[in-house]
Design a protein around this ligand. Structure first.
Ligand SMILES: N[C@@H](CCC(=O)N[C@@H](CS)C(=O)NCC(=O)O)C(=O)O
Length: 211
């Protein structure tokens, strides 16, 4: 498989964790999201992923998959071990709910494209952009923190998509100096996950394109 990735992209980080958990070998193709206004905006990459975001996964058959959640679902369906969701429908829905706090309600407001728009098109000061970033992370993390009981992972003794989505968001929050003192359960889950080789190997600084 081929993964179009950028070391700092938390959405690509999710896909890297899932690939590692499943033991799937993959080639990383780095797409620099900052250099020259973002190499993801070049026509060559747009032809692969019209949304011009990472990650993009290319399967051995040449199928091109976009969106980290869809990619992770595909990996889970085609490589069922270890499962990334519990079997029980209620537990599955709760696990998906946790992952979606991050995927749907934190990350879309806070990733490169909206932050760049706030700066360039809305002419906001960096301090206002930082406040925006912190606000949405803290609001989402407050809900996540209330809903979990580390066991040691977000949904018990097995890693799930809730962990796969949480750990990259925590890395981003740390990079942007969001205080995590009010989130001891999140910090504990993050630490438990990062002890696993699959998470550690997926970390931004362990990527071939890390700067
Ligand atoms: N919902 C998408 C989000 C993908 C996304 O926003 N990726 C960011 C990096 S984390 C990106 O490629 N941004 C570049 C841009 O939009 O210009 C997913 O889960 O895959």
């Amino acid at each position: 498989m081929k993964l179009y990735s950028y070391f700092r992209s938390s959405a690509a980080y999710r896909a890297r964790i899932a690939l590692n958990l499943k033991g799937i070998a993959y080639e990383t193709i780095s797409i620099h999201l900052v250099k020259e206004g973002g190499l993801n905006r070049r026509p060559e990459y747009r032809a692969i992923n019209p949304q011009m975001k990472v990650p993009t996964l290319v399967t051995p058959n040449g199928d091109v998959l976009i969106q980290s959640l869809a990619i992770i679902d595909y990996l889970d369906e085609t490589h069922p071990e270890p499962p990334l969701l519990p079997k029980d429908p209620i537990a599955r829905a709760k696990t998906r709910g946790l992952a979606q706090i991050i995927a749907c309600d934190i990350h879309p407001l806070n990733n490169t494209a909206p932050l760049r728009y706030l700066k360039r098109e809305m002419h906001q000061e960096q301090s206002a952009i930082d406040a925006w970033y912190h606000h949405w992370v803290i609001e989402g993390f407050q809900a996540f923190e209330t809903l979990v009981r580390p066991g040691p992972y977000a949904c018990g003794s097995a890693v799930t998509i809730a962990d796969i989505f949480l750990v990259p968001q925590v890395a981003n929050a740390r990079r942007l100096n969001v205080p995590l003192d009010d989130f001891p359960k999140i910090v504990a889950i993050d630490a438990a996950c990062l002890k696993l080789e699959a998470f550690d190997r997926a970390q931004p600084l362990n990527q071939p394109d890390a700067e």
